[in-house]
Ligand binder design. Structure first.
Ligand SMILES: [Fe+2]
Ligand SMILES: [Fe+2]
Length: 170
């Protein structure tokens, strides 16, 4: 296994686990502020991030690489209004899209074609992640950040259910 690629994958495992941590923090904050639907939506998001981390872990192991888990950074504790909570998620997803793009760039420079092929799943996934957060921001902006509209939306968000990520089923 190419050591540069191996260390980049280990770094990305940490980024994905931090994403899970961040979404768990937002979920907890949403729950504490009386938005159980947003709590559920963010919890499902956290579960998907753990899948993303495991996707990289499995790829590294299949390629004969060594997994090295690092300490996970402490996330923030307070996130403001429901709109601010989703905006924090979108900002983070943009950062992750940048990380995935950098990984693809590295895979090209190092001529690691298998890693390039593997990464296309994450490139597509990041489009969905940013799209999903933006859709929620748009809905919240239309409904206003407070009042009955937000409560109706919160009920809708309670219906989101976790499904194992397809990156784990290949
Ligand atoms: Fe992710
Ligand atoms: Fe994500």
């Amino acid at each position: 296994m190419n050591p540069t690629i191996q260390s980049a994958i280990n770094k990305q495992i940490n980024e994905e686990l931090f994403s899970a941590y961040l979404y768990l923090a937002i979920a907890s904050y949403a729950g504490s502020k009386g938005f159980p639907g947003l709590q559920n939506w963010m919890t499902v998001q956290a579960q998907e991030e753990i899948d993303h981390a495991m996707g990289f872990q499995i790829h590294l192991l299949r390629r004969g690489g060594e997994v090295e888990l690092d300490a996970i950074e402490k996330p923030a504790k307070e996130f403001g209004s429901p709109l601010d909570m989703v905006k924090a998620g979108l900002e983070h997803e943009k950062h992750i899209s940048g990380c995935i793009n950098d990984l693809f760039d590295l895979a090209q420079k190092e001529k690691d074609f298998a890693f390039q092929s593997f990464l296309t799943w994450y490139i597509d996934e990041q489009v969905e992640e940013e799209e999903g957060a933006q859709e929620l921001i748009d809905k919240m902006t239309i409904l206003g950040d407070n009042g009955p509209g937000v409560l109706a939306l919160d009920k809708e968000l309670a219906a989101r259910a976790y499904k194992p990520s397809s990156i784990l089923i290949q």
